[in-house]
Write a protein that binds this ligand. Sequence first.
Ligand code: ATP
Ligand code: MG
Length: 567
Amino acid sequence: MRFSKAFIPTTKEAPKDAVLPSHIYLVRGGFISQVASGIYNFLPLGKRVLDKVRAIVKEELDKAGCQEVQLGFVTPCELWEESGRFGKYGKELLRFKDRKENCFVLGPTHEEMMVDLVRGRVKSYKQLPLNLYQINLKFRDEARPRFGLLRGREFLMKDGYSFHADEEDMRREYALMEETYKKIFMRLGLEFRAVEADVGAIGGSASKEFMVLATSGEDTIAVCSECDYAANVEAATRKSPEPPAEAPEFSNFEPFYTPGLTSIEELSDFFKVHPYYFVKAVAKKAIFDDAEEIVIFFLRGSDELQEVKAQNAVGANELVDVSEEELEKAGIVPGFIAPYEQECRIVLDKELQGAKGLICGGNRKDYHLIGADLSHFDEALFADIAQVREGDLCPKCGAVLKLTKGIEVGHIFQLGTRYSAAMNATFLDRDGKAKPFVMGTYGIGVSRLVAAAIEQNHDERGCIWPKAIAPYMVDIIISNIKDEEQARVGEELYAKLQEAGIEVILDDRADRFGPKIKDFELIGFPYAVIVGKALQEGEVEIVERKGLQKHRVAIDEAVEFIQKLLA
Ligand code: ATP
Ligand code: MG
């Protein structure tokens, strides 16, 4: 490709709302352009990267025996009603009617469509297992589309669904997909972790997320410093912490006057007692399919509530904040909430099970209770709802856990019969009985990966593409196109690199050298060959984008030198 003919509209201006490097550089580098909130065009460079990601994903899946299909993007509401998700899936599901008043949704995920495709067509256990996938558009009317391609409304996803006669075979495929996903992310040249994930409301038995490590990631993951344990904090557990200080001694269980003191910090100062020995209350409103209720969560003062764990503990679709007025109306005293004598539902963190000698709210303004004893509380009230912290101990080996940030680029899930049973998708098993398919589901954020690669690989000048997905491998920059010798050598190298099968772009624009090298740095091709002043010594300059290291190389040796760098 010749730069002079290419549609690569680079700009100096970043989008107004852009805060992350991938968003800024992908727009400035002429990879993508915004159409509307969370909707993007892919320009030629962006399309090349996207296609490369797609090709690697496809190659590895095909090798693992998966088969590619392509399902309709517009899907009938009836299927969503059948699965029971039509009402559940909130506003992310974009619904509309056609001219005949038929109801449709833009597919945010395709469990229903895939089950519908397979049911009636796969009739016997002899036709199982089956793993079908597509790499296709998705639409989710996200509440907060942001960060460019990282959280779009329209985005490209690889979604795969497997069908099995039994759980055991589904687990075998799940393990195969985990291996396959690792191969994919390795080939993409990304640093990643497979982490245990929240199975949430879908209630499958196991789930893993694949996280590209990047400081800008929206997810926090807990990683063991010694063993292979890694988990999203939404699902992370820990070894019970040792008490950090001497337990306070109370001779009685009694109210204590604590005027205006509500925060754990203030109380800890006031009583000279470590926050570990306080019971902290967090009130939330839990939203269910067709009801809502106030729930109060209690945990040690040294811990924070993990909302996803808390939501799972009560089986809610969502937890939202609740105002002081609402609490007071329900007879709850904000700031002084005790785990005793509550009419609303309460949940206590499992670390509090059997705990004694505590300080908790007094259910009365300006009072706390000292010497609280939770050992007689019913076991069913306890659940794991605390957020794992940096420095907590690994649940597997006891070594120290570290927290890092990640971008979720893939998710695999043991689904079971949740959809097949609801949609009556069955096969005849060996014993002649009709059974619902046991399913797995596996997703990869293909367009999100384009941005995640840049979140992990960039500097203050622009993108640094991993070689596997770079739009072109080499950018030949003719420093001054009016210089005949420079133009001749540039063209010659362009031809030779193409002959060697290397993807190359020739910057033959009638521009000054400055903007050309700036574009190289912004776009982030792995290598540049500068054909300029060094020609006088019979040499060209080869620049590595990562680290911007320069090498002077004889003209005749340039192709071989690049081949070595690429190897
Ligand atoms: P998130 O928690 O980031 O919203 P999710 O759990 O909703 O993701 P899945 O339903 O598991 O995501 O979708 C599979 C994959 O699709 C995700 O792992 C992610 O890489 C990608 N993905 C999900 N939502 C978006 C989005 N709004 N924009 C781009 N990619 C997305
Ligand atoms: Mg989501």
